[in-house]
Design a protein around this ligand. Structure first.
Ligand code: 4NP
Length: 164
């Protein structure tokens, strides 16, 4: 299937080294597990470009590995073209949503932006907290929230796909 036929999902955070690489890795894992690879194109990006070209944070990768997940993203900044290319842009917190506005080439594309926790099924959080300056428990919380939310996101996208 060509990339154009796929549902394209972009996960976004500030630095693209902790939370959005986790979104990309967890969602990719779920999609693969359910044999849906050919239906999804998945990527991640950051609203700042401070970590351009870097792998995901080593602490984030360590915690992900313990859950059988590999985080393979290389950090890059969001571009205006992402708003055209992707069908769904999943932000981790409200500041990501605000910052995404400055990349959006036309207001009609902004409805593609939703927050990761809007899809959470079991956990009651309204954003995914930035773990960068905190301890180990922050990285575990990112994984818990992103795993819970990605299940809900995939369920919604599969529902859409089955009716389109
Ligand atoms: P992320 O975490 O947005 O989840 O990738 C951060 C990574 C780096 C910085 C802040 C947050 N930083 O300030 O460099």
């Amino acid at each position: 299937m060509s990339k154009d036929m796929k549902t394209k999902v972009l996960f976004v955070c500030l630095g693209n080294i902790c939370r959005s690489p986790t979104g990309e890795g967890v969602f990719q894992h779920l999609v693969k597990e359910r044999n849906l690879n050919e239906h999804y194109h998945i990527d991640s990006a950051g609203t700042n470009g401070f970590h351009d070209g870097e792998r995901a944070d080593a602490r984030m990768r360590k915690h992900a590995t313990k859950r059988g997940l590999s985080l393979d993203s290389i950090s890059r900044q969001v571009t205006p073209e992402d708003f055209i290319e992707f069908d769904h842009i999943i932000a981790m917190d409200d500041s990501n949503v605000t910052n995404l506005r400055s990349f959006c080439p036309s207001p009609e594309y902004f409805s593609k932006v939703r927050k990761m926790t809007d899809f959470a099924q079991n956990m009651d959080f309204d954003y995914v907290p930035d773990p960068y300056y905190g301890g180990e428990e922050g990285f575990e919380l990112v994984l818990d929230l992103v795993e819970d939310s990605c299940e809900g996101l995939l369920a919604e996208l599969e529902q859409e796909r089955s009716t389109s």
